[in-house]
Design a protein. Structure first.
Length: 119
């Protein structure tokens, strides 16, 4: 079983930044794909960024050029619309079913960390 624990959320003003971290319980997940997702109240969970075992990153258009991720953290330049609960997720290497932006394709999830951005 893989356990993920996020930290680093908080409240900031627009234009500020937070470093979100994802602690992983097992060292053997080094070949897993890691993803960051977020969910705002009343909205579906959406993919923000992913990184595979080779360090290749993908970003959603809504955060491109503002967010930077590595395998264990994410940095950002925040806007009010970034307010949400942020989750890290991981999956072992296998073929995508719905795609990298679908929560259904990830096996393990953290409990989330809240990010609140005031304008």
């Amino acid at each position: 079983q893989v356990q993920l624990v996020e930290s680093g959320g908080g409240s900031v003003q627009a234009g500020g930044s937070l470093r979100l971290s994802c602690a992983v319980s097992r060292a053997t997940v080094s070949n897993y794909c890691m993803g960051w997702f977020r969910q705002a109240p009343g909205k579906e969970r959406e993919g923000v960024a992913t990184i595979n075992s080779d360090g290749i990153t993908n970003y959603a258009n809504s955060v491109k050029d503002r967010f930077t991720i590595s395998r264990d953290n994410a940095k950002n330049n925040l806007k009010a619309e970034d307010t949400a609960m942020y989750y890290c997720a991981s999956r072992p290497p296998r073929a995508w079913i719905r795609g990298r932006w679908s929560p259904d394709d990830y096996d393990y999830w953290g409990q989330g960390t809240q990010v609140t951005v005031s304008s």
